[in-house]
Design a protein around this ligand. Structure first.
Ligand code: PRP
Length: 221
């Protein structure tokens, strides 16, 4: 059995065409079913629905053989910026070029971020992406106090909780609606296929078939 860990929403929807290219159909709609294990048209392939942030954990510890999640989530889990496995042992064979967005620094309209940085001010930064923010500001030589949040980051500068946030930006509409402006682009994000290395050794042929079909659908050799 091959188990693929996916999260509901954009990643699931954008993965379906890739699965189809590998000859895999998922009949259940994750938005309608309450099932967490979804069978596919291939008796030896199943999908498990997990939170995006749990995908690396499932794959790392073998609860799933393969998983798809954003680069942001993988870095927060311990993968290195360049994509090396780091301490996670996760092998990342493909950039699926889906669920694209970016991680950026944003501040309240009218806040002079450049001046604050120039003057060497100690910035309070609220974020869900603590590892990314820590590494980014350390490389810039900016002193920051990081405040970990789990959502609605946009509120932090508006309420005085923080000077800046580090968050995902896609269209920029959420920032605009909350009178925030993007002042630095930290990194581009897309979803990645990650693989449990032990599983790849044990189930090499069926897993390679899926990885190669994804690669071919993406136009990669
Ligand atoms: C992300 C992010 C922003 C929003 C940005 O949230 O945290 O709030 O998307 O998108 P936009 O630039 O197109 O407006 P997401 O919907 O992923 O959910 P989250 O709040 O749980 O992170």
């Amino acid at each position: 059995m091959i188990t693929l860990a996916l999260s509901k929403g954009r990643i699931f929807d954008e993965t379906l065409p890739l699965l189809r290219a590998a000859g895999i159909e998922v009949p259940d709609d994750p938005e309608k079913t309450r099932k967490l294990i979804l069978a596919t048209n291939q008796p030896e392939v199943r999908v498990v629905l997990v939170r995006a942030t749990d995908v690396p954990t499932y794959v790392q510890y073998g609860g799933a053989d393969l998983g798809i999640t954003g680069l942001d989530t993988l870095i927060e889990h311990g993968m290195e910026w360049g994509g090396a496995a780091g301490s996670t042992g996760l092998y990342q064979p493909l950039d699926l070029q889906i669920a694209k967005c970016r991680v950026s620094v944003a501040v309240r309209e009218g806040y002079d971020y450049a001046a604050a940085v120039r003057q060497g001010a100690r910035l309070r930064v609220a974020t869900k992406y603590v590892a990314i923010a820590r590494e980014f500001f350390a490389a810039k030589g900016v002193h920051v106090d990081l405040i970990k949040l789990y959502g609605s980051m946009e509120l932090a500068p508006l309420t005085g909780l923080a000077d800046a946030i580090v968050d995902l930006v896609s269209t920029g509409n959420t920032l605009k609606a909350n009178h925030l402006v993007e002042v630095e682009r930290i990194m581009d994000i897309s979803s990645r296929l990650v693989v449990n290395q032990a599983a790849l050794k044990l189930k090499r042929e069926p897993m390679r078939k899926i990885i190669d079909a994804f690669g071919k659908a993406l136009g990669q050799p």
